[in-house]
Design a protein around this ligand. Structure first.
Ligand SMILES: C[S@@+](CC[C@H](N)C(=O)[O-])C[C@H]1O[C@@H](n2cnc3c(N)ncnc32)[C@H](O)[C@@H]1O
Length: 402
């Protein structure tokens, strides 16, 4: 595999340069060390010969095949695209675009953003959760030295391929097959913990296994869908304090997956009411509102549907296919909107109340919020850890003792 070179006069250097230049011009690659790493840790050595390539920030995607269409394969590998390496926990075809994506080689842009947030130093001990292809473990090994890197993957088949990829690329970090939510106590303490799977409930083990002053980065996705890049710094006594750095949407940790979608069961028994709160405003509110939703309207999934003159905001419980649901319909030209709700939870009421609470605080932008994680749970706060705060319910807060 390491012998295969790009076709048509291209070289790996020019392809890697193009990728680095593109990320730099977008302001997503600022550290010269990571720029060198992008050039020196060949991404093609971690890409499967057949995959589904999904350009970042796009729903679109397509199959790539190194044998039948090498030019497309090389272009995709050195572009800002994630490559699916496993579907349906190994039961599906990763090149088909069908089924649940259960492992991927992450898109370079978001990989670099997380690595820049992590900011490890040479000689650090780093725990990497979610080995997948092994590319991030290789980048970390390049940066801090492979003796310091421990990478955990829950899936044995994926881990075996990662081990082979790393060997081909000339790296040998410490690899573990297991549940990364437990961390790796025997290799602790860590100066840095790097998580590349979506997290709703933050494992306390990570905080406990990081040194005071250590940094933990992760995609915190409290609703199971789109979430936030979270950077925590460990203080002492199993507590970490952190801030948010833009949106993030990774596949969830295996034990924290949410599978359901909007399912308006028992439609005839739903409660109907009217509201003057415009559902489009909730759906497009600043990410600061989304953080308050995580505390006051937890575990509510949503999607918007637009049908001719009607916009519908559809709400559901992402971890409960037969759970509560709600819909708020906005017909153009009206200023009151129709709400239908069914189930133990009144999802529209929860979400709109949370929205009004956020408005009552002056609609603060999400950069003003932070998170404290510790034995007492997870708390979202405004402006300062001792400022106004909201406890995040257990389902999307801390996994561990509290
Ligand atoms: C988006 S991929 C990570 C991308 C990877 N860092 C790379 O560069 O190729 C997420 C990976 O996390 C793994 N994963 C999910 N839950 C896990 C868990 N509890 N512990 C360890 N790995 C887990 C998945 O199997 C998947 O391979």
């Amino acid at each position: 595999m390491g012998q295969i070179e790009p076709p048509d006069g291209q070289t790996i250097e020019t392809l890697a340069d193009g990728l680095a230049e593109s990320l730099r011009s977008q302001g997503r690659l600022t550290d010269p060390a990571w720029e060198r790493a992008l050039r020196e840790v060949r991404r093609d050595l971690f890409a499967p010969p057949r995959a589904w390539a999904k350009p970042d920030n796009s729903q679109a995607g397509g199959p790539i095949d190194r044998d039948t269409a090498p030019q497309e394969w090389w272009n995709a590998v050195y572009s800002d695209a994630s490559l699916v390496i496993q579907a349906d926990d190994g039961a599906g075809d990763p090149a088909s675009g069908i089924g649940m994506i259960t492992s991927s080689l992450s898109a370079p842009g978001v990989v670099i953003e997380f690595l820049e947030l992590l900011a490890p130093n040479p000689g650090d001990r780093v725990l990497d959760v979610g080995t997948a292809s092994g590319w991030t473990a290789a980048l970390l090994s390049w940066r801090v030295g492979q003796a310091g890197v421990t990478s955990i993957e829950v899936d044995g088949q994926v881990a075996a391929q990662a081990s082979a990829n790393l060997k081909t690329a000339g790296f040998a970090p410490h690899l573990v097959v297991g549940d990364g939510t437990e961390g790796c106590a025997e290799r602790a303490p860590f100066e840095r913990i790097h998580v590349t799977a979506g997290v709703s409930a933050i494992p306390l083990s990570w905080v406990e296994q990081a040194r005071p002053g250590g940094v933990i980065v992760m995609p915190w996705q409290p609703h199971g869908g789109l979430g936030h890049k979270l950077r925590l710094e460990v203080t002492s006594g199993s507590t970490a304090v952190g801030s948010f750095h833009g949106p993030a949407a990774y596949m969830m940790l295996r034990s924290q997956r949410h599978g359901s979608t909007w399912n308006p069961h028992h439609f005839e028994e739903a409660d109907h009411s009217e509201t003057t709160i415009d559902p489009t405003i909730l759906a497009t509110a600043d990410q600061g509102a989304d953080l308050v939703f995580a505390a006051l309207a937890p575990q509510i999934g949503w999607h918007a549907s637009i049908d001719e003159d009607t916009y519908s905001l559809l709400l559901f419980e992402p971890d409960n296919p037969n759970g509560s649901w709600a819909a708020c319909d906005k017909e153009s030209g009206t200023d009151t909107y129709q709400v239908a709700q069914y189930g133990e939870r009144r999802l529209w009421d929860e979400l709109s109340d949370a929205y009004l609470e956020w408005v009552a605080f002056g609609s603060p932008h999400y950069e003003r919020f932070g998170l404290t994680v510790g034995p007492e749970g997870t708390h979202l706060w405004l402006d300062h850890p001792n400022g106004p705060s909201w406890k995040i319910p257990v389902s999307s807060s801390v996994l561990g003792d509290h």
